[in-house]
Design a protein around this ligand. Sequence first.
Ligand code: G3P
Ligand code: MG
Length: 238
Amino acid sequence: MTDRKDFICLAHRGASGHEPENTLLAIEKAIALGAPWIEIDVYSVEDELVVIHDERLEATTNGAGIVTQQPLAYLRMLDAGKGQQVPLLREVFEVVRRRAGVNVELKGAGTAAPVVKLIHHYIADHGWHRGQILVSSFNHNELAEVRRIDPHLRLGALGYGFPPEHAKFAEDLGAVSVHTSLACVNQAFVDDAHRRGLKVFVYTVNHPDDLKRVKAMGVDGVFTDYPERVLARKSDHV
Ligand code: G3P
Ligand code: MG
């Protein structure tokens, strides 16, 4: 059973309930709220990693089109909300400055190798350590590629609904955690994941009732748009 004191709060796309998602403003807000982890989504464009959730630009920027089909210069002139640029992953590491862990979710194809390269740079030259970085993806081929390049990086295997073998897919990938949807998580899955030595993080938990429900299942942490709602409840369980 998880030690409740270690319940993990991951700020989903930064503190995206307060500031435009996946922007440096949302990341700064998450840190200000005391979030110990920040989750962001990345795609590979030209020689950079850009931080944005959707495959298309329309929902969160004033641009149009598919992210990976645009020139980087175009992406960088867009407004991602409140005048914020679509950030680069390296800017995220610069802003966080080891004040929180970073969960890099690989959204785009071909992100594994450039993300590992960037992480290695921050480990080698900026004092980050592996325990402060978690690489996750719904694309398990990308995760397998991360593992092939660097078997010591921590992986989080994302899923929505679950196969009959519960969390086996995450164990097979060599992940340290399995990230499951609030819609599908259940006690059998949590127990199975724990038996396999995996932590269970649930996305996206914003309502106090949902937080209570998943905590009762013994999950290890949640992704939330409102870190203060999770952190404020921490003392309930100390
Ligand atoms: O990584 C957890 C969560 O972010 C996965 O779903 O669609 O919000 O990236 P999504
Ligand atoms: Mg995500």
